[in-house]
Design a protein around this ligand. Structure first.
Ligand code: ADP
Ligand code: MG
Length: 318
């Protein structure tokens, strides 16, 4: 771009809350032919709420009792589930009280709303992309994905059916175990940003391939993708934080020029390795620093605006 075009584009962008940084950003935004969205905090608000607390039966062969299945169906009204639900919430909230992950905040707040206060936490270990492990007054508590429980020699099977149901509804479900014993399942939900649907549609109409990458599991990822109109074959789920950049590179392997849109610390390497990196304004500073463009209004529809501004100014201002 000429200095004049860069100046005009940057200033029109800024008026719309789209901050372009660096010399050839306008060209790269214009030349983008694939957009890769992070899920949590980008397509969704990243503000999670605890929706379900479902204890599993400690019964020998791991069958979930009828009473508990009923409880699962009743979702968060299952407070007569009584002691088992309370123990499940107390253990999880105590462990999560030391973590800053949005899931952790939802679990602690949700437990408090149900009258359960977190207890004493001794040591907390974050297991990146999988969950947490903590030493607490309740014992050694593990909260997270089935793979994490298996690492602790806990068989997740008795809770898997409940987990799958919750995930198919677009919720993120986690298993909770204390001292090697599976206690149950918790689920959190996150709202899809309203304008995400229109943004995906507008991008697809322009012939841009729209992808989603997430550390969340396949079922939850697909349920969210379906809500926003992203093809299931363009969803990469269960991507560990350290593998997000590789996932972007594999999308670019066919020569695609990908714009990665993300908010989190774990998105920063992917933002840097994409043809263009776009940060959500409400995201972390690390993501904003790694990005070429920042969306001040945290609105996924501003991705389309960024492309329009770059095309418009590069075509008109020479
Ligand atoms: P994303 O890519 O969606 O931002 P992360 O990589 O931070 O997500 O986490 C991926 C998955 O790891 C979560 O969906 C959850 O299953 C599990 N997880 C991460 N942190 C926690 C936590 N504090 N408690 C329970 N589960 C967690
Ligand atoms: Mg995110």
């Amino acid at each position: 771009a000429t200095p004049a075009a860069t100046m005009v584009g940057t200033s029109i962008g800024a008026q719309h809350g789209v901050l372009f940084e660096g010399g050839d950003v306008l060209e790269r935004v214009r030349d983008t032919d694939a957009v890769v969205f992070d899920k949590t905090g980008t397509l969704t608000r990243g503000e999670m709420t605890l929706t379900d607390a479902v204890p599993v039966s400690p019964a020998a062969d791991g069958a979930v009792s009828a009473a508990e299945e009923e409880e699962a169906d009743r979702g968060d009204e299952a407070d007569e589930g009584g002691d088992a639900t309370e123990s499940l919430l107390a253990a999880a909230a105590t462990a999560e009280n030391g973590s800053e992950h949005p899931i952790a905040e939802a679990v602690v707040a949700g437990a408090r709303e149900r009258g359960v206060e977190p207890g004493d936490l001794d040591v907390l270990q974050n297991v990146s992309g999988k969950g947490i492990r903590a030493r607490t007054e309740h014992g050694t508590v593990v909260v997270g994905k089935p793979a994490l429980l298996r690492e602790e020699d806990v068989d997740p099977e008795p809770a898997m059916e409940t987990m799958r149901e919750l995930e198919s509804a677009g919720k993120t479900a986690m298993l909770v175990a204390v001292d090697g014993e599976l206690l149950g399942v918790l689920a959190v939900a996150d709202e899809v940003r309203e304008s995400a649907v229109a943004a995906v549609e507008a991008l697809r109409e322009r012939g841009i391939a729209v992808h989603m990458i997430t550390g969340d599991n396949e079922r939850t990822a697909r349920a969210v993708a379906e809500r926003v109109g992203i093809d299931p074959e363009r969803v990469r789920a269960g991507v560990l934080p350290e593998d997000k950049a590789d996932a972007v590179e594999s999308i670019q392997a066919d020569g695609s020029r990908a714009m990665m849109v993300g908010d989190g610390v774990n998105d920063a390497p992917a933002l840097a390795s994409a043809f263009v990196g776009v940060a959500i304004g409400s995201g972390t500073d690390v993501a904003i620093e790694a990005a070429d463009v920042t969306l001040m209004r945290s609105d996924p529809a501003d991705v389309v605006k960024a492309i329009n501004v770059s095309e418009g100014t590069l075509a008109k201002v020479k």
